[in-house]
Design a protein around this ligand. Structure first.
Ligand code: GLU
Length: 493
């Protein structure tokens, strides 16, 4: 097989959303599986709607997901001359013609056709005008678009879709479509094909919403005498009400960046997106990058649309439980160094990072992450629920239970007494701390749990967490003693 070349060609009119990221992922997996090339092309010909912020957002999103590309980014506007030249070739070879029908004329004919229950498509008025007549009208100052001359052949136009099988349509169902506007600007339909031909794209993997374009583009390939790439149209990503997801109707919760900001792991999102529309054929749910690259295949892409379960516009964050479960899986199972690298920017952003975590305290840092990760859902939890491991400034869980745990007024003196016992330990370890704690409970005639639960809340702000004695050792003697000695603030309100 010739070298596989795929592309991801976003229009930079918004952020990279879940659906676009999935398309990028499928292309990337296919390229990597075949040791092929992935081309990034920014389709920026819609000057009014394209923005630099969107280009940056898309590129940052792909980088964050780890979906790298081998060529580009190319910009469609840099190749405007190629698109015009292609239209001229099509005119010269008789595959296209100039159409002088005005908007008003077209609208009127359309309405009439609809009223008479006829096909409202273009009726071919200018299809056979002849060169002389065209020149005369142009000299006359009449504006023209360029239309593609759809062959009026019997039979069916078809292509083989890797996901959907043979797709066919009668030639007579396809109207002569516009490829260049009257202002000389080529339409996306043409530019997209010309760029794919120039970029030698062998496989076009894109959403099913492009299928109406594909039917017409197949004709453009033929007329431009270029080999037809393989098409794979992937199902759409819908919300739970079965609406196509978009920024306009759903807001930020469908943006890749939203998940980045909330501490999702990039590969967890990729793993989730892979399964959102592709079926491995087994029960396997977690795939490493290498496994997914080896297993992915176009023919196991679902035909039916996929549903991404989230709540738009809610203050309370809710996203697909499956995405959360996958994220938790990776949080719990990543090797410590990988986890450490992912948590670092989160701590940096929260002002909790200490350069020593990359140096002398590396093993403390990694051991701590591993100790506390079990109940966490996202990376941000390390800076929120896990804040007390990295800073003396942390809040006490506002749930009434936290107050309840600390309710014994005597704790106000017991905790500092315990601090004094801990301070006196020459060997501050799991056994010695547990012994001191149990001894003190015995002496006071209370259950050790009273002290243990109060200590956990006082030292970490959290009601639950790792074993108390592990927490003590992780925080270290100095911090424990310091925090337990001054507990007045816990009783301030
Ligand atoms: N620019 C198009 C889009 O963002 C891409 C179309 C294609 O994949 O051919 O939808």
């Amino acid at each position: 097989m010739a070298e596989v070349r795929v592309r991801f060609p976003p229009s930079p009119t918004g952020y990279l959303h879940i659906g676009g990221a999935r398309t990028a992922l499928y292309n990337w997996l296919f390229a990597r599986q075949h040791q092929g090339k992935m081309v990034l092309r920014i389709e920026d010909t819609d000057e009014e709607r394209s923005t630099q912020a969107s280009i940056d957002g898309i590129i940052d999103g792909l980088r964050w997901l780890g979906l790298d590309w081998d060529e580009g980014p190319y910009f469609q506007t840099d190749h405007a001359a190629d698109h015009v030249a292609a239209a001229e070739r099509l005119l010269a070879s008789g595959h296209a013609y100039k159409c002088f029908c005005t908007k008003e004329e077209l609208e009127q004919k359309r309405e009439q056709a609809l009223a008479e229950k006829r096909d409202p498509g273009y009726d071919g008025t200018c299809r056979n005008l002849g060169a002389e007549e065209c020149s005369r009208r142009e000299a006359d100052g009449q504006a023209a678009v360029i239309r593609f001359k759809v062959p009026r052949r019997p039979g069916l136009l078809f292509y083989n879709d890797e996901v959907l099988g043979r797709i066919e349509r009668a030639y007579s169902d396809v109207e002569d479509f516009v490829i260049v506007r009257s202002n000389g600007k080529p339409l996306y339909l043409l530019s997209n094909v010309v760029d794919d031909i120039r970029d030698r794209i062998t496989h076009i993997i894109r959403g099913q919403d492009h299928m109406t374009n594909t039917t017409r583009q197949v004709l453009l390939y033929e007329a431009l005498e270029a080999p037809l790439p393989v098409f794979a149209h992937i199902p759409l990503t819908l919300d739970i009400q079965k609406r196509k997801i978009s920024k306009r109707s759903h807001g930020e919760v469908v943006a890749v960046q939203f998940y980045q900001e909330r501490g999702f792991l990039p590969w967890a999102l990729c793993n989730f997106l892979a399964l959102l529309g592709w079926n491995p054929g087994t029960e396997q749910e977690y795939f490493s990058r290498e496994e997914l690259t080896a297993t992915f295949s176009l023919d196991r892409i679902n035909r039916a649309n996929s549903v991404f379960n989230f709540k738009p516009g809610d203050d309370k964050f809710f996203t697909d439980p499956k995405l959360i479960a996958i994220n938790e899986h990776y949080l719990r199972n990543l090797d410590p160094e990988q986890l450490g690298a992912l948590v670092q920017p989160v701590l940096e952003q929260a002002g909790l990072w200490d350069a020593a975590y990359a140096g002398p305290r590396r093993s403390w840092y990694l051991d701590t992450l591993v100790l506390i990760r079990d109940r966490f859902h996202t990376l941000n939890d390390f800076a929120e629920a896990g804040r007390a491991y990295f800073s003396d400034q942390y809040d006490i869980d506002p749930k009434p239970l936290a107050k309840n745990i600390l309710k014994h007024p005597e704790l106000k003196t017991w905790l500092p007494q315990l601090a004094a016992r801990f301070a006196a330990l020459s060997n501050f370890n799991l056994e010695s701390t547990e012994t001191s704690c149990r001894q003190m409970a015995d002496e006071l005639g209370i259950k050790p749990g009273v002290l243990i639960n109060a200590m956990r809340t006082a030292l970490t702000g959290q009601l639950a967490g790792p074993s108390m004695f592990d927490i003590l050792i992780t925080l270290g003697q100095d911090t424990v003693v310091r925090r337990l000695s001054r507990v007045d603030h816990l009783y301030a309100s």
